[in-house]
Ligand binder design. Sequence first.
Ligand code: ATP
Length: 235
Amino acid sequence: MTTVIEARDLHCGYGTLPVVRGLDLTVGAGEVVCLLGANGAGKTTTLLTIAGALPQLGGDLQVLGSPVTKARPYAIARRGLSMVPEGRGLFYKLTVAENLRLRRHRRSTVTMAEVFEQFPALPALADRRTGLLSGGEQQRVALAGALIASPTVMLLDEMCLGLAPIIVEKLLPMVRRIAEEHAMGVLLVEQHVLAALTVADRGYVLAHGRVVAEGSAAELRRDAEKLEAGYLGED
Ligand code: ATP
């Protein structure tokens, strides 16, 4: 399996203040890996560093075989990385179709028709203002927008935040399907621990900027209760 994200002894944070200290993490093509941890554990900081939006403070970080150091976020995106940030990153005054067209670029190989096939709820909403959609519909637009950029790596930050459990149970399997069908490596930050571990292959648990547990999704599911009590509540 090709490795699409590889972090070795990664240190990252804000200014000179390290938040994540010594992270070892890999994501392979076609794999869904979840990054779990309490509020403030350093999950978003890790994703922003992988996307090139925050500078590294130490260690080694490669995305799609090249170092991230000194690369600008747009250069990492051009390499084939797509991120759905916390809050979805949509243009709420624009229609669904306009949001999707904005994410499509010259080298995109995924068409609007293919995206509509993956997200059958979207064609009927294409001309609706995105800000007027439900949370679950907006999250589908965000995922569809990330997909239409035809990435090889996708970073998803708390895409299920604030959504009803029934919607979460529909959205997360979509992530699994997209990863498999497009041979894409997905790094998923999620508060819905068990739901995330149901669709993921592997996972890491961060606490205070360090990995305190890692393993297959099945292993982490087995330990979920212990992990919830120890590391997944408030930091
Ligand atoms: P959450 O689930 O609450 O989003 P998280 O695991 O994603 O948590 P991060 O957002 O990565 O956590 O934050 C990790 C730490 O970094 C926190 O202590 C936070 O206060 C701090 N932090 C976040 N953003 C900044 C910033 N811009 N400047 C300084 N410190 C920050």
